[in-house]
Design a protein around this ligand. Structure first.
Ligand SMILES: Cc1cc2nc3c(=O)[nH]c(=O)nc-3n(C[C@H](O)[C@H](O)[C@H](O)COP(=O)(O)O)c2cc1C
Ligand SMILES: Nc1ncnc2c1ncn2[C@@H]1O[C@H](COP(=O)(O)OP(=O)(O)OP(=O)(O)O)[C@@H](O)[C@H]1O
Length: 144
């Protein structure tokens, strides 16, 4: 049984997220998803939706076996608990795969780190970024 971990913010789910989670699931048999805590999303605008709401939506997806709200301070604490065989990084996740491999080795966690592919829009109106969906909302509703 191969256990895979995926992670991200997942604020307003879109088909790019579905692609990521499907590819991550295809790397093994059981998919766990760590949903980033709002306080740890510091490299972009923090999510609009709460930790729990984002976790609950991800948990309801068919590809996902278990969804967890991430740890407050130590991103490797849930990894130690889940004990995955593979960590699937998203195509544009800012984390450095080698840095993660080093941190895993220091903690004695035996786990592969792979990156999944990105997905391009399949039609004109398809929006594959939460930030772009929020921009569209502000554009269309912001002045109401
Ligand atoms: C292996 C791994 C484990 C993570 N675990 C946590 C965690 O426990 N808690 C958390 O808040 N964020 C965690 N994160 C960070 C977020 O999932 C995420 O990468 C970032 O904060 C959100 O940015 P993104 O949606 O652009 O990837 C983890 C990231 C990685 C790569
Ligand atoms: N178009 C896409 N194709 C493949 N994976 C994607 C796509 N969009 C997002 N992902 C993946 O989903 C995971 C979570 O992404 P995240 O929650 O940061 O969404 P986002 O839409 O990229 O957000 P934002 O637009 O605010 O940067 C990341 O690993 C990311 O690589």
């Amino acid at each position: 049984m191969t256990r895979v971990v995926a992670q991200g913010t997942f604020d307003i789910v879109h088909p790019g997220h579905l692609h990521y989670l499907q590819e991550a699931k295809a790397m093994g048999d059981e998919l766990h998803v760590i949903v980033a805590r709002r306080q740890n999303v510091t490299h972009k605008e923090p999510p609009v939706l709460s930790n729990r709401q984002r976790r609950d939506v991800i948990a309801a997806l068919e590809t996902v076996d278990v969804a967890h709200v991430g740890h407050e301070t130590d991103i490797f604490a849930p990894i130690e608990e889940i004990d995955p065989d593979v960590i699937a990084l998203g195509f544009d996740q800012h984390h450095d795969a080698d840095g993660i491999r080093e941190a895993l080795a220091e903690r004695g966690i035996d786990c592969r780190v792979d990156r999944v592919t990105g997905r391009e829009p399949r039609y004109d109106e398809e929006i594959l970024s939460t930030g772009a969906i929020i921009d569209r909302i502000l554009e269309q509703r912001g002045s109401e």
